[in-house]
Design a protein around this ligand. Structure first.
Ligand SMILES: [Zn+2]
Length: 509
């Protein structure tokens, strides 16, 4: 509680400071007079915000960009060259980026027991030099847009470190601690994010591809992971993906592009390894979604400079050919399976013996009690049961499924496709999630070949089953997670909502 009071006072002090600084700036700009006219009797905060919005709002870089909210999601349309796309992103999601940064950076530091300087240094020295020029420009653009909107003090090292929030704490830090023989290093484990499948041929209702995914993460981050990005970049394909404020890749990875490629993934549990000379995963993943038009092209981009960060089983679909694929992307080994008639599921397990041996040696594929393997068994049963009937409607239901295959009964816990680890006395040890960890399925998306041709997807904010997570009673029952109190919010489920590229305003009420 003390920490909360402290944070609140700090916030209040910061808010007052902003008002004072804003007032000073208006006074300084004085001669123009409009600021004063607008200010009579109103609060200084309003003037400041109005002044900033007007200034930024007239910026030619914002032409064509827009934002609206629907179904619990924030939709942003971004277009232009990399710096412009970045500027629009930073400007339209300004306060969301600052809020997301606070939650993500607190989690990274708490878990790794490293201060923020450590992550800034890793971003600056290790990641930045290997980032393609266009993404360097986009990341700098985010900083510029953010500053124009909120006056933020965050710089490009902060934004790059935040973009790597899936790969620095759980892949780089354990590798670094081992290299440096760090004493009393925390037992960091790669995350287990998500339940997903892609199916095609005789498995689906119309014989074409269906792809679906729910994102598993801690609720503090997950509640903020509800941006729909519609990006029309100057080069490459148009992109529609879900994402996190301030991050250039989808990062839980669900996206489609205008060349008909469909992309999602789930993370490899107990993955170990990192290549400091490689290219950040968030850069490769964004690049692959923007430039790949086929399964082969996607694979090639992901392999180019593979750093081992955020190692995933990628589930891919090419709506032009009806072919689907699973790319199990380890660092030392990888494997690609592909078919025009079948289904690939993911729930954080690796299946190629070579990948398991080389990259996830502690993973036990036969331990059916664990979340990844229990969900694997459930996916197998559920997909077989519904063979020939699978469509987006059914996919939505599957993503909210509550059958624990190990207990053979309906429950909400860490073994269900729609995860609720906050109700599990076991937690998920293989990811380092302690009992009742506030994490699980935080949102979900689905699409199919026909929708992809029209650049459409459906998405649901919050638990895909529709249940709400409420922070206050949870924290009262589990004081061991009190450190999250400043960041952990209610995660209310929204309705399944359709989004498409080029949408100007919420059109599905
Ligand atoms: Zn659920």
């Amino acid at each position: 509680m003390e920490a909360t009071v402290g944070t609140d006072s700090t916030r209040r002090a910061a808010a007052i400071l902003v008002v004072l600084l804003g007032g000073a700036a208006l006074w300084w700009l004085g001669g123009d007079g409009s600021g004063f006219a607008a200010g009579n009797g109103g609060s200084s905060a309003t003037i400041v915000s109005g002044q900033m919005q007007t200034t930024g709002g007239n910026d030619p870089r914002l032409a064509g960009a827009h934002r609206f909210e629907d179904g619990g999601w924030i939709y942003v349309h971004l277009e232009g060259d990399p710096a412009t796309v970045g500027f629009q992103h930073g400007y339209l999601l300004g306060s969301d980026i600052e809020d997301g940064f606070a939650a993500v950076s607190a989690g990274m530091m708490h878990e790794s027991q490293r201060d923020w300087t450590f992550f800034r240094k890793a971003a600056h020295e290790m990641l930045w030099p290997k980032i393609d020029l266009e993404y360097q420009q986009e990341l700098q653009g985010i900083v510029d847009g953010l500053r124009a909107r909120t006056g933020s003090k965050l710089d490009v090292d902060d934004i790059v470190a935040m973009n790597a929030f899936e790969e620095l704490p759980d892949y780089y830090v354990p590798w670094y601690n081992k290299q440096q023989n760090v004493a009393h290093a925390p037992n960091l484990k790669s995350p287990g994010n998500c339940s997903a499948f892609v199916a095609t041929g005789s498995w689906t209702k119309d014989g074409k591809i269906v792809m679906a995914h729910n994102n598993w993460t801690n609720y503090a981050n997950g509640e903020r992971w509800r941006i729909v990005f519609d990006i029309a970049p100057k080069t490459g394909h148009r992109i529609l993906m879900d994402g996190f404020p301030g991050v250039i890749a989808s990062d839980d990875d669900f996206g489609i592009n205008s060349d008909g490629l469909m992309v999602t993934e789930t993370t490899i549990t107990q993955f170990e390894g990192w290549d400091p000379d490689g290219k950040a995963e968030f850069v490769r993943a964004r690049k692959a979604l923007q430039y790949a038009g086929s399964i082969d092209e996607y694979t090639k981009i992901m392999l180019d400079g593979n750093n081992g960060g955020y190692a995933n089983d990628w589930l891919l679909g090419d709506s032009k050919t009806g072919e689907i694929a699973q790319l199990e992307l380890g660092l030392k080994a990888y494997k690609l399976w592909r078919t025009k008639n079948g289904a690939f599921a993911g729930s954080n397990w690796a299946r190629d013996p070579k990948v398991i041996k080389a990259d996830a040696p502690q993973f036990e594929p036969n331990n059916l009690e664990t979340s990844p393997n229990a969900r694997r068994a459930r996916w197998d049963a559920l997909l077989k049961e519904n063979k020939g009937k699978i469509d987006v409607n059914l996919a939505e239901k599957m993503l909210g499924d509550h059958v624990d295959s190990y207990h053979q009964k309906p429950e909400t816990n860490e073994r269900t496709l729609c995860g609720h680890v906050d109700s599990s006395p076991r937690g998920v040890d293989v990811w380092g999630w302690t009992p009742y960890f506030p994490g699980g399925a935080v949102q979900a998306k689905a699409t199919d070949s026909s929708m992809t041709k029209e650049m459409k997807m459906v998405a649901r904010a919050g638990h895909p089953c529709g249940e709400d997570f409420l922070a206050k009673p949870f924290l009262a029952a589990h004081p061991e997670y009190a450190w999250q109190e400043p960041y952990l919010r209610d995660m209310k489920a929204g309705p399944w909502t359709e989004f498409h590229s080029g949408e100007a305003v919420a059109s599905h009420k």
